[in-house]
Design a protein around this ligand. Structure first.
Ligand code: SF4
Length: 286
């Protein structure tokens, strides 16, 4: 009853996953192979209800629910509201409902629509900003630019959502390393999300980016360059009470704190690793 592969953010590991859409409506990012084998589609109301019936036989009282796949916010607002009401009626124990959201889907909805969706129960949105640099976003065919990322993030927060933004360390390659660090810090600072996660670029062999690497069009950062880039990014951050995590399996150095409060400590820690010349773990290719 799940259309695989199925993805969710690491922090949703204990959540019940309800698959509302299949795939990603954008599906063009050069670094991403998540949904390449899936044709994007919205599941019908009947399918979703049958899926929920099936889930109820396994999960009785979930506390957290994650709506998959790619971008549930592309649903028409009235459909999404109906769906949220139905999910709450079927799983009254749920204390939090979350989903991924594409930046353009957030921009397309009015402030009132977003507020209504938030009030109906969708609480936390994960937005893959990936980079704040227009050059990197365009090179990776992300389909949204710096200004749109900022607008989308601010709109979500204004409507009352909790917002988790992700940046991929190393996504600019050697060519845009500095720009990626500085501009990503600029965008995340302009949004000031509830959570900011920093992952590291790990290249899936079948992705278009892997082809770019083989053709010499994209050059991966060395582990020490990744640390340098992380330092630069953190040094340029200007955030208030933002929960920061770089504790994904891809990260060379696990980091956690609140920004900007813990920024100096986090930067000092990275500098120590940098000085030792030893960067633990990690592989650049899947
Ligand atoms: S990174 Fe996100 S928006 Fe881009 S193709 Fe993958 S799932 Fe879709």
């Amino acid at each position: 009853m799940y259309s695989e592969p199925l993805f969710r953010p690491p922090s949703e590991a204990r959540s019940l996953i309800i698959q509302v859409t299949e795939g990603c409506s954008h599906n063009k990012c050069r670094f991403c192979y998540m949904y390449k084998g899936k044709q994007f589609r919205l599941r019908s109301e009947e399918e979703i209800k049958a899926h929920i019936e099936w889930l109820k036989s396994y999960y009785r009282d979930p506390e957290r629910i994650f709506l998959a796949d790619g971008n549930v916010m592309c649903l028409k607002t009235e459909k999404l509201i109906e769906l949220l009401e139905y999910i709450k009626s079927q799983f009254p124990s749920a204390k939090r409902i979350s989903s991924y959201s594409g930046p353009l889907d957030l921009i397309r909805k009015t402030d009132e629509e977003l507020k209504l969706i938030r009030e109906t129960g969708l609480e936390l949105l994960y937005v893959g900003v990936e980079s704040g640099s227009d050059n990197v976003l365009s090179m990776m065919q992300k389909g949204a630019n710096q200004q749109q990322m900022i607008e989308a993030g601010r709109k979500a927060l204004k409507a009352g959502f909790k917002l988790s933004c992700m940046i991929i360390s190393g996504l600019g390659g050697t060519e845009y390393m500095e720009e990626h660090a500085v501009e990503s810090a600029k965008v995340i600072s302009a949004i000031n999300p509830t959570y900011f996660s920093l992952l590291r670029l790990v290249v899936e062999e079948k992705s278009e980016l892997s082809m770019d690497i083989r053709q010499g069009k994209f050059h991966l950062l060395t582990p020490l360059q990744v640390i340098d880039e992380n330092i630069m990014m953190l040094e340029n951050m200007d955030l208030k009470d933002c929960i920061f995590r770089a504790n994904h399996v891809s990260n060379y150095v696990n980091q956690a704190g609140t920004l900007n409060r813990d920024r100096d400590m986090l930067v000092e820690r990275l500098k120590k690793f940098r000085k030792s010349g030893f960067v633990p773990g990690g592989s650049d290719m899947l």
